[in-house]
Design a protein around this ligand. Structure first.
Ligand SMILES: Nc1ncnc2c1ncn2[C@@H]1O[C@H](COP(=O)(O)OP(=O)(O)OP(=O)(O)O)[C@@H](O)[C@H]1O
Ligand SMILES: [Mg+2]
Length: 511
């Protein structure tokens, strides 16, 4: 597609070089100045067997802020990239020695940090779709639309510079957005931190709910640390790991001879936590008979060791956690209603990671920093396709799963950036990455794989998909899509998505 035929006014300076394909005379440019950076300009390798194309792109890209090298052969290009990886490669689709798609595959596999733009004089939907699926950043048709070429290059240059700064900043920001060991920059997490901070000095009984791996134990510890009992004990009991017959003794203790094997008197966790906090993990697993006794301890602030008639006063803050829906457990008769209401005076719900995807980069940066230090490796971040993969995964195991995936990826990685392949290898069987591109559906919703969707339509759908996943957050969506925010706005406009695109919802309130 040659979207504009008139030579733009910025093309004046380039009159000595005419594009061999379109014959247009590219002229002067007024490009946004490269962001001042302490590091060198991003690097670009242009690969095309036509010398005039190399010259035009070289001059345009240099003006757009790239340090440019050119190469007329695909095989040589790969050799050059393996020797010295560049940030971006512009690759011709048809070259005598190598097919551009094959070269794209090789680059993706061997030079993971290098973005690729495919160029072709033979535009075809098939190769465009294939190129994007293989991870190409853009697909440009010759003769070039110089305005578009300039925009694409400037966008990528800004994005590369921003990314280099973001990688450095993310670790720093992650530190600043920490509350008692919990990280979170999403509004819902910020609100949760503020809630814990406000409640911690007063709450005596708290119920923390949320799916597995969302950080319930961390939240309980945060309550303890933010409250007046921080210097006193924090004692944990996991109710799913206690044998039924020993529950009472574990919670309240026993006296010598209370039952067979009780050779010594022993304090329970309530007494052990005296003055501090008792964390009852997986409280939904508590047998009904023990629930009544727990209720008594909470109401009267006293416990009775098994085998003793003497009640003891205890002063503890009790934080109970559950990943079960206790309301339905009550309805099903498996959990006492009176205990539930006693526990949920203050209820804090940890949101699943899929509902706060904007936290993923910050959590990732922090986990990666920790791994790099522990493993003595030079990792600083992820390649853009790997970042996208992280964003699209379902994260049913929430933050614990993300932490494990990053840890495994760091073990597998030898470079500074974790690649898509290393990340995919690190996904356990529990992690399902979402399909990066959607198959086109017909009006009645049926799949129509034999009729590939036009690139524009795929792009439009993909943008909508990503915006939905990040709750309409433009900045986060641009990051997932690997483009600048400015470029995202331009695409929203081009696809007429002004009304249809999801917008950030007001911060959700926690009770
Ligand atoms: N907000 C957070 N910031 C940083 N790390 C977190 C955060 N939330 C959870 N984690 C980490 O994720 C892992 C799981 O957290 P935690 O054990 O608190 O989850 P949980 O909800 O209690 O899980 P489960 O229901 O399986 O017991 C831990 O390694 C924890 O350090
Ligand atoms: Mg837990």
């Amino acid at each position: 597609m040659h979207e504009s035929t008139a030579a733009p006014e910025w093309a004046d300076e380039l009159t000595e070089t005419r594009c061999s394909s379109c014959g247009a005379a590219p002229t002067a440019m007024s490009l946004p100045k490269p962001v001042p950076s302490t590091s060198a300009s991003p690097s670009l390798l242009v690969v095309d067997d036509e010398l005039p194309v190399l010259k035009v792109v070289e001059r345009l890209a240099a003006k757009a802020g790239f340090e440019v090298e050119t190469c007329a052969s695909g095989t040589e290009a790969l050799r050059m990239l393996m020797r010295k990886p560049s940030d971006l490669a512009m690759v011709d689709l048809r070259m005598p020695d190598v097919n551009g798609l094959d070269l794209l595959r090789q680059i993706r596999a061997n030079v993971p940090g290098c973005e690729v733009i495919l160029m072709t004089a033979y535009a075809a939907v098939d190769s465009a779709v294939e190129a994007i699926k293989l991870g190409a950043r853009e697909y440009l048709t010759k003769p070039f639309d110089f305005d578009r070429l300039r925009d694409v290059l400037v966008d990528i240059r800004l994005e590369l510079e921003r990314r280099a700064q973001v990688v450095a900043l993310e670790s720093q920001v992650a530190k600043q957005l920490e509350f008692c060991g919990m990280l979170g920059r999403s509004p819902v997490m910020q609100e949760l931190f503020s809630l814990i901070q406000r409640l911690a000095p007063h709450a005596k009984v708290v119920l923390v709910s949320g799916e597995t791996g969302t950080g319930k134990e961390l939240a309980a510890r945060a309550f303890h640390q933010a409250g007046p009992r921080r210097s006193k004990p924090f004692v944990t009991i996991n109710c799913s790991a206690v044998v039924d017959t020993l529950f009472e003794s574990e919670l309240f203790g026993h006296v010598r001879g209370a039952f067979t094997g009780a050779v010594e008197s022993k304090a329970g966790v309530f007494e052990a936590a005296q003055g501090g906090t008792l964390f009852l993990d997986e409280v939904g697993e508590l047998p009904l008979s023990v629930q009544a006794k727990l209720l008594r301890a909470l109401e009267y602030g006293e416990v009775q060791r098994v085998g003793s008639l003497q009640p003891k006063k205890v002063d503890v803050t009790v934080i109970a956690a559950t990943n079960r829906d206790l309301r339905s457990e009550v309805a099903a008769g498996r959990f006492r209603g009176d205990l539930f209401y006693r526990l949920n005076v203050v209820e804090v719900t940890l949101p699943p990671l899929r509902d706060r995807r904007e936290d993923i980069p910050y959590l990732t940066a922090a986990f990666m920093r920790g791994c790099a230090q522990r493993m003595h490796k030079p990792m600083t971040g992820l390649t853009p396709p790997a970042e996208r993969l992280l964003f699209q995964a379902k994260w049913e195991g929430n933050i614990r799963e993300l932490k494990n995936v990053i840890e495994r990826a760091c073990m597998l990685s030898d470079g500074t950036l974790v690649s898509e392949r290393e990340l995919a290898g690190a996904f356990g069987p529990e992690t399902q990455a979402a399909a990066p591109l959607r198959v086109r559906t017909s009006d009645n919703g049926a799949r129509a794989p034999e009729a590939p969707a036009p690139l524009d339509e795929i792009e439009r759908e993909h943008i909508l998909d990503v915006l939905r996943q990040v709750n309409g957050n433009r900045m986060a969506a641009a990051k997932v899509l690997g483009i600048s925010r400015r470029a995202l706005y331009r695409r929203l406009e081009r696809h007429n998505l002004g009304d249809e695109a999801p917008r950030p919802a007001a911060a959700r309130r926690l009770s």
